[in-house]
Design a protein around this ligand. Structure first.
Ligand SMILES: [Zn+2]
Length: 369
């Protein structure tokens, strides 16, 4: 039963074009099935799905084309995801189990690196030799384990997401797949995180005290120390709130320009300083196009100062990636006629100006060396 219905999303490798509504629904159903039925002893499948969704946003576009993804790029996503989760839960130094048997290999690798770099991820990333060696080691585990198993449900393999490329260095997301990951990013992220949380909870019943907020611990927003950026941003913004331009007194907040709830990016350029009022009024909405223009002007005028600041406080940044994420966020909001936030309680629809502000889409599959 059911076997004969497979295949609409399948075999789209060479087809370019936007998937039909029924193909999009089928895609979501298949993701749901992977999460509920795919059998895994480790949490890798969650990390892999999450990595593929993130990389579709970061490297892909909305053309419906197939998208090659280097396995090392997936490995980098794994290290960043587990970096947060593998830190000790309490002072006694225990870490959460991510596997039914012995601790998962990638968790062991990341755990070693966390001790070596005292939990400082950007320090680790700057040590190119060690970072690259670790990424290769993690990529090898991904190649052997979750990559071929992800698409096996029951005993049947349904390669609806990707096929392995001949080089063994990358996979190719089939036509329509990156499109669906981008279109349904929030939904898929919520599905993956929900399943991941349940998985961790069931494996760690004895370790979890009442006081641990598991979702926040695993996926919360403070991964990098934001407060270190405060004085520098205040200076760059001339002491004014990024949004309303009123002088900031004591009530400033570091604000994710593209909200963390839309896309969890810790990249420096995405951060602005706002007063508490604007920060709370903005909530989880995307800023209006006028703010986008301001954001671009700030970034161009203060490119050097910003990057010096990020380097000084050891904060990750990658401007082209921030722009790719920003373009994605505006495109998705535009597509669904979503509203943006201007000031106070003002809501605005997009006019399409964001397209000219952000410039033409650049295919950036070449940036992962
Ligand atoms: Zn303000």
């Amino acid at each position: 039963m059911g076997d004969s219905k497979e295949g609409a999303v399948l075999d789209r490798v060479d087809i370019s074009g936007i998937p039909t509504p029924s193909e999009q629904i089928e895609f979501l159903q298949k993701i749901e099935r992977l999460l509920s039925e795919g059998q895994f002893v480790a949490s890798y499948k969650f990390a892999l799905l999450r990595a593929l969704a993130d990389l579709s946003v970061e490297l892909g576009d909305d053309s419906g084309h197939a998208l090659p993804i280097p396995i090392t790029a997936i490995a980098e996503e794994f290290v960043e995801l587990y970096w947060r989760q593998v830190r000790p839960i309490y002072e006694q130094g225990q870490i959460l189990r991510q596997n039914t048997g012995q601790q998962a290999k990638i968790v062991q690798i990341v755990s070693r690196c966390i001790s070596r770099y005292c939990g400082n991820l950007s320090q680790f990333q700057k040590n190119y030799e060690d970072w690259n060696r670790t990424i290769l080691e993690v990529a090898q585990v991904i190649r052997l384990m979750p990559l071929w198993r992800l698409q096996v449900v029951g005993r049947r393999s349904d390669e609806f997401l990707y096929q392995h490329s001949e080089s063994n260095e990358s996979i190719i997301l089939k036509g329509g797949v990156a499109f669906c990951f981008r279109r349904f990013y929030s939904m898929i992220r919520n599905m993956v995180e929900g399943s991941w949380i349940n998985f961790i909870r069931s494996l760690n019943l004895y370790k979890l005290g009442e006081s641990l907020d598991l979702p926040e611990f695993l996926f919360g927003s403070v991964r990098a120390p934001l407060s270190a950026l405060q004085p520098g941003l205040l200076e760059i913004q001339n002491g004014l709130c990024f949004y309303c331009s009123h002088p900031i007194r004591q009530d400033s907040a570091i604000d994710h320009f593209i909200p963390w709830s839309s896309y969890p990016s810790d990249l420096g350029h995405n951060l602005v300083l706002a007063d508490a009022r604007c920060n709370s009024k903005k909530g989880n909405l995307l800023p209006a196009e006028a703010h986008l223009e301001k954001w671009l002007i700030r970034t161009h005028s203060f490119q050097g100062n910003l990057e010096d600041l990020f380097l000084e406080v050891n904060f990750p940044f990658e401007y082209p990636l921030s722009v790719a994420i920003t373009r994605w966020a505006y495109a998705q909001t535009d597509e669904t006629n979503g509203v943006t936030w201007n000031l106070e309680d003002e809501r605005e629809l997009l006019t399409g100006q964001w397209r000219s502000l952000l410039g033409p889409e650049v295919t950036k599959n070449t940036t992962n060396q």
